[in-house]
Design a protein around this ligand. Structure first.
Ligand code: NOJ
Length: 737
């Protein structure tokens, strides 16, 4: 449909029909059952309104989608949009966002979202509530697993890749869907890491660091954006005109659809944020902020008509919102054919095996080898007696939380089953060890654990594990955070492994000190104590459908883990929030070495256990000969920085080479000690040396200066190139403007 016809369609709608487009209903409004991904308030929709709604959330399956659309079109001339939380794949489940961040491979991540789009579009879903590009620096926050980590540039690159992967070149194609970047803004920085809690940060930090990845998604063409639940400086983001209208639309030029998060408009009264005394006020705030769709709430529906009659809102404002929604439906081709996504056999034709191979690559690229003393890994499965012990060995919940509601998701075998099937002749033993959770630990209503049998016979279980450990050359412990301990509303105050598993490490260590731990987790954990007892540590996060095969191949050296930390592994929870790109502070250099007034902890180091960008593999790399081709940069020139990276080990391998800069002096504004400016994943054969180059241009050095203008400043810069954020190898140049 061309723009004129779309305008005519808009003009032909009654006000009630227009208001309908602004509502997104939850499946339980339409049927008795339905997937629940948020609080269901007592929304009261009239039957008339339900006939006019514009979109639904989390309805899956061609048959169901067809039935809902058919029913809807009996009363409405505007097809429904089917939106869903397809965050880590649809049928083939990929590793969590955090693991994807650790790949430092935007091209691969683009492929993952391309695959997701293909699978979901072929099953009738038009919009995915992804990517989540919230910058994460506090591992207590339950949703760090969904993010790409702590770094601005990495988040921006991933945001762009994912949006392009979902949306492809043509939104009208049968294998593309609309992205919806979220959660605008700074949802990831709640005070004390507690989900939904207030966010309080300077405008400089907000703009310089937190807003950047949403903007990258917008610049990449994301058709939708979701507002966040939190307040910033006391103002709830979901109704904040300054954030949504002034920054997102007017400053950044976003023309797409803005949707609220689940029921968030209903959280503005005195029982919530307390910024409005009734829903009419909230509806006015939201529409003035240019919010278009209310997810799972009735605030807009109930009030817009009256607000227009009272002259508090204009019908033009509603028209603008409705037009944006119609435009999206039009781009997706729903007016030509509301059934185009389901009237085909693309879903049946998808090559899942091929997609699983890509998923496996993501497991390998996103897993981070933190420690590998005495080259304990890889293990030769032919000649080594291995005792596989631990709760994650037989646990089949190794996929990210946001896949649990996807009914056709591919779960994949447990590690134990996979090993037994594929290595039947190896000298392997298996023991449960202990449950994931201690007796009496909190479990969510969705994940009841039944470990009575274990706790009645605990001694027997432990004896079995210890015995098998004693008789093995090496022990592989499959440990991890319980899957109900991260995700939405799952913040933690203690980010260590569950005590029962820490105790298991102690007991096994007494029997055999050659221990490798494979750690499943939704967040960076505090593993400081147990790490001392482990020879190797392989962090695999939440690997998804290809967990067992990917991990086994890494353990046995068929594949080399090649991820680097996209969020540091802290030394202890008290360091939170922490990130490598902190400001130096006036007291940093001393660190308490010269006198006792350093910016430090008296009972813990200020550095994390493993820094951002860190990760090992089954070879070693040597960096040398860092060079810069000029020492002066001007706005119309560029500088090239080159480093030699030699693979000094026995295996061909990938290395992620990272370039950071430091702006030595800036007028009145302290600048981060290091900022990642570029990175490259390079494949280097054993014994060979790669020359890796990076370009630096003036625009890469801009920041929000004292007057909050985004520009660079003349002066000296340091450039660091190395294997992680603690690299000290540096050259300098001067920016002359
Ligand atoms: C709330 C979450 O914050 C958001 O990420 C998700 O997309 C919606 N619920 C819908 O399930």
């Amino acid at each position: 449909m061309d723009k004129k016809s779309l305008m005519e369609l808009l003009d032909s709608l009654t006000l009630n029909e227009k208001i309908g487009q602004l509502s997104q209903v939850h499946p339980t409004v339409l049927f008795e059952d339905g997937i629940v991904t948020g609080v269901i308030n007592d929304n009261t929709f009239s039957e008339e309104h339900i006939k006019n709604i514009g979109s639904v959330i989390n309805i899956f399956g061609k048959d169901k989608i067809r039935a809902v659309q058919e029913n809807h079109l009996k009363n409405s001339k505007i097809p429904l949009l089917f939106m869903a939380d397809v965050i880590v794949g649809y049928d083939v489940i990929f590793p969590s966002g955090l693991s994807q961040g650790c790949t430092f491979d935007p091209e691969l991540i683009k492929k993952l979202s391309r695959i997701s789009a293909t699978e979901m579009a072929a099953d009738g879903v038009n919009v995915t509530f992804s990517p989540m590009v919230d910058l994460c620096r506090d591992a207590r926050w339950g949703r760090v697993s969904e993010s790409y980590g702590e770094d601005v540039l990495l988040n921006c690159k991933m945001a762009e890749a994912v949006v392009k992967g979902y949306q492809g070149d043509d939104l009208n194609a049968l294998d593309t869907v609309s992205a919806c970047v979220k959660h605008f803004a700074a949802y990831s920085a709640p005070v004390s890491g507690r989900d939904y809690n207030s966010v309080d940060m300077s405008e400089r930090t907000l703009r310089q660091e937190y807003l950047r990845s949403y903007k990258a998604a917008v610049d990449a063409g994301s058709e939708m954006l979701m507002t966040s639940f939190n307040t910033i400086a006391g103002v709830p983001c979901t109704i904040d005109k300054r954030l949504v209208k002034d920054i997102l639309r007017d400053e950044w030029g976003f023309k797409g659809v803005v949707i609220t998060d689940h029921g968030s408009l209903g959280e503005q009264y005195s029982t919530g944020h307390g910024v409005a005394s009734n829903s009419a006020e909230v509806a006015k705030f939201a529409i003035d902020a240019t919010v278009d769709i209310e997810m799972a709430g009735d605030c807009l529906f109930k009030n817009i008509q009256n607000l227009i009659q009272e002259g508090k809102l204009s019908e033009d404002q509603i028209d603008a919102a409705v037009f944006r929604i119609l435009e999206l439906k039009n781009k997706l081709g729903l007016f030509e054919d509301p059934y185009k996504y389901i009237d085909n056999d693309l879903y049946e034709k998808i090559d899942r095996q091929q997609n699983l191979e890509v998923a496996k690559r993501a497991v390998v690229e996103g897993s981070v080898l933190l420690k590998n003393e005495d080259s304990a890994l890889p293990i030769n499965p032919e000649s080594t007696k291995v005792a596989f012990i631990g709760p994650y060995l037989s646990c089949d919940v190794t996929s990210p939380v946001w896949s649990f509601h996807l009914k056709n998701r591919i779960v994949g075998p447990t590690m134990e089953n996979y090993l037994k099937e594929n290595y039947p002749d190896s000298d392997f033993t298996y023991s449960f060890g202990c449950p994931i959770l201690d007796n009496g630990d909190w479990v969510s209503e969705f994940c009841q654990e039944d470990n009575d049998e274990y706790f009645k016979n605990e001694d027997r279980y432990i004896a079995d594990a210890v015995e098998k450990a004693k008789n093995a050359d090496i022990v592989v412990l499959a440990l991890g955070e319980h899957y109900a301990y991260h995700g939405e509303s799952k913040s933690r105050a203690d980010i260590r492994l569950h005590k029962i598993q820490r105790d298991l490490v102690d007991k096994i260590y007494e029997a055999n000190q050659n221990i490798t731990a494979v750690i499943f987790s939704g967040r960076p954990l505090d593993i400081t104590d147990i790490s001392k007892k482990l020879k190797s540590i392989l962090f695999v996060w939440e690997p998804g459908s290809m967990a067992a095969e990917g991990i086994t191949d890494m353990l046995f050296g068929k594949e080399l883990p090649s991820g680097k930390l996209s969020m540091c592994i802290p030394y202890c929870v008290g360091q939170m929030p922490i990130h490598y790109s902190e400001l130096r502070t006036g007291r940093y250099a001393e660190l308490g070495q010269k006198h006792s007034f350093g910016s430090r902890f008296v009972d813990a180091p200020i550095k994390p256990l493993y820094p951002f960008g860190y990760g090992l593999t089954y070879t070693t790399f040597e960096y040398s000969d860092l060079k810069i081709d000029k020492t002066t940069l001007t706005p119309d020139s560029e500088i090239t920085v080159t480093v030699s990276v030699k693979n000094t080990g026995q295996r061909d391998a990938w290395e992620i080479v990272q370039m950071y800069t430091h702006d030595v002096v800036a007028y009145m504004v302290s600048r981060p000690m290091k900022e990642l400016k570029d990175f490259k994943r390079v494949f280097i054969k054993a014994g060979e040396t790669a020359q890796v180059s990076f370009k630096i241009t003036e625009d890469m050095l801009r920041f929000y200066n004292y007057d909050m203008v985004y520009e660079s400043e003349s002066g000296e810069f340091e450039v660091f190139v190395g294997p992680d954020s603690e690299t000290t190898d540096c050259v300098t140049f001067t920016l002359e403007k």
